[in-house]
Design a binder for this molecule. Structure first.
Ligand code: T6T
Length: 324
């Protein structure tokens, strides 16, 4: 015979696994703090998060800074913590600088899940280090994305010549890993020289001027890898302004609507679309699972869709173009 208390705990256990106990009587508020609010990548992530929130009857709060910078993101985070949401999903804008600000949220008992970017090493719940407290990291495999970009650019330039990476700034987990994956893969192409990385602070105009400056110093420049949306758009604009469309080849990370025109015109060879809606969706669902007593995986990887001239009109591909 089971004692009454054991029956009660068994019942709780079953309900927790089914994830139904608290769902029925509590409407959760889940905050999503993007890297910046005006980026098509995060606008698309928000849509996925909203869809999940609607499905579980939760309220989604979307609040972020005007640029991709800890200086503007930390005050937003503090304001969100003060509102005591049930969980925070955040794309930390720096691997190190967001550790202490997020620890405050964790100490206040708010579960943290990082989406897109990570803090520390991105390996959570290990019991080691000062940045293992987030419950989960939900994102693209950015090392793999960098390697895909390298292979594509190597092919486009005929496996020889000079290329460089247009990147945001060091310290961002995603773009650091893309560059790392790109450079590792490029070691397989001994006839390709990878020039010094150009950092643009997420400013497409800066990325465009840098392209022209690198070309001025290297008239034999063959290609560029734009490691995120603004780096890629800017580098492509720079190629166009330099009158080098089709001569300096461009491989782009991210897929805003403007990328379609750039692919069709031959300015950009290929775009690696992330699945930001999926990241947002699983972010909210993982938070909900945790809040209703279920265990969740510490890492969830989402996929890529590689878009080029051959498939850009295919609706199963075009659906991965980001929302504006
Ligand atoms: O590439 C995305 C995101 O993955 C990265 O962390 C920051 O830049 C983007 O938001 C694109 O602008």
């Amino acid at each position: 015979f089971l004692k009454a208390s054991a029956v009660a705990s068994l019942a709780t256990g079953v309900a927790a696994v089914a994830g139904t106990t608290q769902a029925a009587d509590k409407k959760f508020t889940i905050a999503l703090i993007p890297g910046l609010t005006t980026d098509a990548f995060y606008i698309t992530m928000r849509k996925g998060a909203e869809a999940a929130a609607k499905a579980i009857g939760a309220t989604l709060v979307f609040q972020g800074g005007p640029d991709f910078n800890p200086v503007t993101q930390v005050p937003v985070l503090d304001a969100v913590i003060a509102k005591k949401p049930d969980a925070i999903l955040i794309a930390p804008t720096d691997k190190d600088q967001l550790i202490q600000p997020l620890k405050k949220a964790n100490d206040a008992g708010i579960p943290i899940i990082t989406v897109d970017t990570f803090i520390g090493t991105g390996v959570y719940q290990t019991g080691k280090g000062d940045a293992d407290f987030p419950l989960a990291y939900i994102a693209s495999d950015n090392l793999l994305g960098g390697a895909i970009a390298a292979r594509a650019l190597a092919k486009a330039v005929g496996e020889k010549g000079k290329v460089y990476v247009s990147n945001v700034k060091p310290g961002i987990s995603t773009t650091d890993q893309r560059e790392q994956g790109f450079k590792e893969e490029m070691k397989k192409y001994p006839n390709i020289t990878v020039l010094e990385t150009q950092y643009n602070d997420d400013d497409a105009n800066k990325a465009a001027s840098q392209l022209q400056a690198v070309f001025a110093r290297n008239s034999d420049l063959d290609g560029v890898f734009g490691a995120n949306l603004f780096s890629a758009l800017g580098a492509a604009n720079g190629v166009q302004q330099a009158g080098q469309t089709g001569k300096i080849r461009v491989v782009a990370f991210d897929a805003p609507t403007s990328i379609v025109d750039n692919i069709n015109s031959g300015l950009v060879d290929l775009a690696i679309a992330q699945h930001p809606a999926e990241i947002g969706y699983f972010g909210v669902m993982a938070a909900y699972a945790h809040l209703t007593g279920n265990s969740i995986p510490t890492a969830i990887g989402t996929g890529f869709t590689v878009i080029d001239k051959s498939n850009v009109t295919d609706k199963n591909v075009a659906k991965f173009i980001y929302s504006d």
